[in-house]
Each structure stands twice: as structure tokens, then as C-alpha cells.
Design a binder for this molecule. Structure first.
Ligand SMILES: O=C(O)C(=O)Cc1ccccc1
Length: 314
């Protein structure tokens, strides 16, 4: 018997890069896709149980972390990442049919899109005002409104076409190879099974700022052969100069080496916010260094029990 179709929130409206990324993830055409105007609203819908999960942008290869997402996951009520999606992003400049480049005075777009097209906009529209909006597709929809006072949007081709706009320029990103990483976020529950190609995300708060505090964190991973794929310091909001560390580590919390690292962090940090263990989008298998496989940890535990004179079942 078919189950209830899943419901997914996303940073909308229809035609955002997040929407495109979600379509690569959702196989069931009966699934309900619900657009939200902001990352905060999409995540709140998950917390409130209005949707089962939500896809939001978290990191860009050019611009870095998406603060709205990182801070909401760090300081909001607990949520966990259950999947990640990587999407190459390409931007165009879209306007109402008939508009010429010379007529463009106000350009709307998402801050990450503005940052990724900064050089192109400075070179081709030096006098134009770039105004930030909650999403690229929302910007396109606003430009398309009859009588709109804004002239153009930086958005995806799909958004430009969807809202009846015409391309004044395409492929305008300063870096043609930019990739954005999106995460599917759900309410906390049992962590999915390890796949051998997983990532674990945590945010770490230090007890105090002492010499080698960051080294102490890194040692927990390094000494267990756990590689990191991202580390970012974020303000703690307490006082200027006080930072927490958002870290993505290779592996799953069920892997013994990562579990040991997590326990080391728990012992040494003021707070460890667990943001989930989930399959890597690129499916690259984790490189397990000699002596750090589950079997090695099991053998070490068995050895220790024997040292203590305890009978260990073989
Ligand atoms: O505004 C959008 O379309 C989004 O999904 C956010 C975003 C903006 C710029 C690059 C990647 C994602």
C-alpha cells in the first residue's frame, strides 16, 4: 500500500536554485513541495511539523557559508541535516521584454547571487543599484509585476523564463564553476544508517578562549584519523571576538573513530551542537586510515577488557 507522500519545504518561490536542487532529490511526483519566503520560515515549518523536512542553502564555493541557515541551525530549536545536495549555479540578467541594458537602473537579487556576479555587474551596469531580496526567483517575480519600479533580476534561466522575463545577458557569474551546497533538514530522530560515504556536522562552543583552544578541537579529530571537509568560525553573539566553530567531518557518528572524537569534544567543549550524520552528495567513500576502522576499535576494546582480567566472549 503506498504511504503518505512526503512533504518538503524549500526556500522559494518556484524557480529558486533551492527549488531546482530539491527536484534533483525528490523522486516521488506525489510529494508536496512547499515554498517559503525565507530560510527561517522554511525551517520553522519543519519544527512546527507543517512539512516533514526542508531544503535550504548552506554554503557556496565562492561566497562561503549562508549565515541565515548556519545561525538558525546553531541557535534555533534542534534540527538535523539528513541529506545534502550540490548544485552548480549559473546566473543571467533578466528583465521585462523590451527593456535594454542601458535602461537598467535597479537590479534585484539574493545576496549570494549579487556577490557571485559582482564583477560583471560593476563592469556592465556600473551605475545600477543592486538591491537584495530573499531569493533570486522572488526577485524575478517582482520584476515581472505589471508597473514594477525595478528593472532587472539576477536569477536562473528557469526563473527568468517562468516569470515571463527575457535574458539581457547570460552566464554572468564571475566564477563559472560555482557550486552551492544545500541541506535537507528534519526534526531530530534516529540517525540514518552509515553508508561508508558520510559526513557529520557539528557546531562547537569552547569553554574559554585559551592558547591552543582550536588545536584542542582539531586534535580530537586528527588523533582518530577523521578528516574535516569544512571549518568555519561564526560569532557566538555573546561578545565581539567570541567565536564558535562549525565543522563538517568525514564519517558517521556510528563509525567508532568519529564517535570517539565526538566523546572527546563532549568532554572538552562547553557545548556540542550535533547537526546530523548524512550521506555525502558526491558519494566519495571515506578514507579510513590504518588503525581507525570499527574492527580496530573493537579489537582495542577487547584487548583492554582482557588487560583488566575480564572474560571477553570471542
Ligand atoms: O535565491 C535562490 O535562488 C536560492 O535558492 C538561494 C541561492 C542564491 C544564490 C546562489 C545559490 C542559492
Amino acid at each position: 500500500m503506498p504511504g503518505t507522500p512526503a512533504s518538503y519545504g524549500y526556500l522559494g518561490p518556484v524557480g529558486t536554485f533551492t527549488h531546482q536542487a530539491l527536484l534533483t532529490l525528490v523522486g516521488d511526483e506525489r510529494a508536496e513541495l512547499a515554498p517559503y519566503a525565507t530560510v527561517g520560515q522554511a525551517l520553522q515549518a519543519v519544527r512546527d511539523g507543517v512539512v516533514g523536512s526542508a531544503l535550504v542553502p548552506i554554503e557556496n564555493s565562492v561566497e562561503g557559508g549562508v549565515s541565515a541557515t548556519l545561525d538558525n541551525l546553531t541557535y534555533g530549536d534542534p534540527l538535523v541535516i539528513v541529506r545534502e545536495v550540490l548544485l552548480p549555479v549559473q546566473f543571467g540578467l533578466y528583465a521585462r521584454p523590451g527593456t535594454t541594458l542601458g535602461e537598467v537602473r535597479v537590479v534585484l537579487t539574493h545576496p549570494h547571487a549579487a556577490a557571485q556576479c559582482r564583477e560583471w555587474l560593476a563592469a556592465h551596469l556600473p551605475a545600477a543599484q543592486v538591491v537584495e531580496r530573499g531569493s533570486t526567483a522572488g526577485a524575478a517575480a517582482e520584476v515581472a509585476q505589471p508597473g514594477s519600479s525595478v528593472d532587472a533580476a539576477v536569477c536562473a534561466q528557469v526563473a527568468g523564463e517562468l516569470y515571463g522575463l527575457e535574458a539581457l545577458a547570460s552566464a554572468i557569474a564571475d566564477n563559472a564553476d560555482a557550486v552551492t551546497r544545500f541541506v535537507l533538514v528534519a526534526r531530530p530522530g534516529p540517525v540514518g544508517a552509515p553508508t561508508g560515504a558520510d559526513k557529520t556536522s557539528v557546531v562547537l562552543f569552547m569553554r574559554d578562549n585559551h592558547p591552543g583552544a582550536l588545536l584542542q578541537i582539531l586534535e580530537q579529530f586528527a588523533s582518530r584519523g577523521v578528516d574535516l571537509s569544512r571549518i568555519e568560525s561564526r560569532p557566538t553573539r555573546r561578545t565581539l571576538g567570541d567565536y564558535c566553530f562549525a565543522i563538517d567531518a568525514e564519517g558517521h557518528v556510528s563509525d567508532a573513530r568519529l564517535a570517539e572524537a565526538m566523546m572527546g569534544l563532549y568532554r572538552t567543549c562547553a557545548e556540542v551542537v550535533f547537526l546530523g550524520s548524512y550521506p555525502r552528495a558526491d558519494r566519495t567513500a571515506v578514507d579510513v586510515r590504518p588503525g581507525t576502522a570499527n574492527a580496530d576499535y573493537d579489537a582495542a576494546a577487547t584487548w583492554l577488557e582482557r588487560l583488566k582480567g575480564r572474560a571477553v566472549p570471542t
